[in-house]
Design a protein around this ligand. Structure first.
Ligand code: AGP
Length: 615
């Protein structure tokens, strides 16, 4: 969370910082600020709220920001201290000569704050970041050299940080460093950049250097020096970003979320392209770097992820176990990292992440790598930290996902996971060939079936309107659609702030049924295929008997459903094992329309950020 941009060069610093920050808004949006070297002074402007507030502020002060040489900018997702203007970055030392922006959490900030207070530093904010500004300024006082001061201060910091620092006496210099938080150096002609992520700079240059932990970058308009923490120069490879700048346009849709929901048929086609060339031929997955023997010898698979990616992982457990007989454990990364795990050499560890930079998942895969496990990453960002640390990498190919609520990346992840499960099944010969062929055939039909859902949204809109004033919601399902129920509930919570919970339908009578009455809608996912359909239907009848208002999401042509359900959201039929792909789409739309009726900020819901780079 939090986005950083730094620039040194002769273009308009304000324009570059604002433009860069606008591309990083997915990382946080509770306040924003910039510090600019102008006429030998450092001028700081910051504002609470969305980036537009900072834009307006800078517009008012336009005439005083001239002859700029360098600048740093920040967009915040608050960790320490309320999201207000005082706590917004940049932060500075007491004399105001040293300014910095920070992404991450400094864990030992309280101890440092005490020490620095004893040296006379006066703290104006509640942030951990301000401590770092005082600390670097304190070190600067001893060495009178910005890069040296940053390195000396870094030796005293614990936690996670990406930092971008400027000093009044160095108008043509910015210094950056990182530890467990992303920061890239981007190289221009007579100008250079630092940024949390490539969208901030890609329209200026595609030449980048990926900093590693504990590396330091000293940028002037014409030079970039990378060193280790002792100041020894490190030789780094310049890389070319693997994608083109894309205009982040809503393409006529009211919100990015709606546009991204509609992109799902093409995302699925993209992920399948080249990997499922023909239903009579094996899946092609060159990205998996395990040998056939290694695959045959796999004893266990662990999948680690957070949020929506965790729900994709839960679907994967059903399919991998069904197709390959390999036991699969799924765990939230934040839980995995703080217990003794039995991950070992014979365990394949799969990390799933849209962003590829979720802090807990990065820590988890590093732990798995440390014990010798092969790490396979499924991500939408092939240039991310996770992708770069993976032994094997399956890209999700969903394109940039702007809306904080993950939609198209979920279905991209699912398709990648289906391909992976079938690939393993074909190598192990663990699943019936005719069934594999049928599934492949059905997978190729998924895009057009989703198109059918997207072209008949009236029932979903009607249902959304009917329930938009409800305060609570329950989603139930069994088997492979239990994760779909969780995902549907998560979508509704995060963008409408309605308390929505997903349950395995059979669990309802073990407690949650106590909550049911005419104020509690229950949405049941009923996908024909196995006995689970009948079971969910019985559980739905139990809920109806308690006066709950019932909604069905189904592909069944079952007349009996009309007796139980007030609303029936129909989707095209597919194999039950593939049904989460189709079932997730009406649930995304239902959440979208409810949030939209309630007038919520759909793409940037309160308190959230798209990339969660803190623990
Ligand atoms: C999804 O709608 C959420 N915004 C969130 O749960 C997200 O899936 C989670 O933070 C994991 O992110 P990742 O996939 O980038 O690792």
């Amino acid at each position: 969370m939090c986005g950083i941009v730094g620039y040194v060069g002769s273009k308009s610093v304000v324009d570059i910082l604002l433009n860069g920050l606008s591309k990083l808004e997915y990382r946080g949006y509770d306040s924003a600020g910039v510090a600019i070297h102008s006429e030998g002074e450092i001028k700081v402007y910051k504002e609470e709220g969305k980036l537009q507030n900072l834009r307006d502020l800078l517009q008012k002060h336009k005439s005083e920001i001239v002859a700029t040489t360098a600048g740093i900018g920040h967009i915040r997702w608050a960790t320490h201290g309320a999201p207000n203007t005082v706590n917004a970055h940049p932060h500075s030392c007491n004399c105001g000569k040293l300014v910095l922006v920070h992404n991450g959490i400094v864990e030992n900030y309280k101890e440092l704050r005490e020490e620095l207070s004893a040296h006379g530093c006066i703290f104006k904010t509640e942030t951990d970041t301000e401590t770092v500004a005082h600390l670097i300024a304190h070190e600067y006082g001893k060495v009178n050299d910005l890069p040296k001061a940053v390195r000396a201060a870094a030796k005293k910091l614990k936690g996670a940080y990406a930092l971008c620092v400027m000093h009044k006496d160095d108008p043509n210099m910015i210094v950056g460093t990182r530890k467990n938080a992303p920061l890239i150096v981007a190289l221009g002609q007579g100008e250079n950049y630092l940024a949390s992520d490539s969208p901030a700079i890609i329209e200026y240059t595609k030449r980048v250097i990926y900093l590693d932990d504990d590396q330091f970058a000293v940028l002037t308009p014409t030079s970039v020096l990378i060193t280790d923490i002792n100041g020894t120069q490190v030789s780094k490879k310049e890389e070319i970003l693997p994608w083109e700048p894309v205009a982040m346009s809503k393409m006529g849709y009211k919100h990015f979320m709606l546009k991204e929901i509609h992109e799902q048929p093409d995302v699925i086609r993209n992920v399948l392209s080249g990997k499922l060339p023909d239903i009579n031929k094996p899946i092609v997955l060159d990205e998996v770097k395990l040998t056939k023997d290694e695959i045959k010898n796999l004893k266990r698979i662990e999948i680690i992820a957070c949020g929506t990616s965790l729900h994709a992982a839960m679907v994967a457990k059903y399919i991998i176990e069904a197709f390959t007989n390999i036991p699969v454990d799924v765990e939230a990364s934040s839980e995995y990292i703080y217990r003794k795990t039995v991950t070992d050499l014979n365990t394949l560890v799969i990390g799933i992440s849209q962003s590829g930079e979720t802090s807990d998942t990065i820590t988890a895969i590093r732990q798995a790598k440390a014990v010798g496990s092969h790490v396979l990453i499924i991500t939408n960002r092939p240039d991310s930290i996770m992708a770069r640390e993976a032994h094997s990498l399956i890209p999700v190919n969903a394109g940039i996902e702007v809306s904080v609520a993950a939609t198209k990346s979920f279905n991209g992840q699912l398709i990648a996971l289906y391909l992976f499960a079938l690939y393993i099944a074909e190598i192990k010969e663990s699943y019936d060939c005719a069934k594999i062929k049928e599934l492949k055939h059905e997978m190729l039909l998924l895009p057009q079936k989703i198109e059918a859902v997207l072209s008949h949204k009236e029932d979903i809109m009607k249902c959304a309107r009917a329930f938009s004033s409800n305060k609570n919601f329950i989603y139930i399902a069994r088997g492979i659609n239990y994760p779909t129920a969780l995902e549907g509930a998560l979508k509704l919570k995060e963008i409408s702030y309605i308390n929505a919970t997903g349950y395995p339908a059979g669990e309802l009578k073990h407690g949650p049924i106590a909550m049911l009455d005419e104020t509690m809608p229950v949405l049941a996912i009923l996908m024909p295929g196995s006995i689970v359909y009948e079971k969910v239907l019985s559980n739905a009848e139990e809920a109806k008997a308690r006066n709950a208002r019932m909604i069905a999401l189904t592909s069944a042509d079952d007349e009996h459903l009309k007796d139980v359900f007030e609303y029936i959201l129909k989707v095209p039929q597919t194999d039950e094992l593939l049904s989460p792909v189709i079932a997730s789409v009406p649930l995304q739309l239902l959440a979208y329309y409810i949030a939209e009726f309630l007038g919520k900020d759909v793409d940037q819901p309160r308190n959230l950020a798209k990339s969660v780079t803190v623990e």
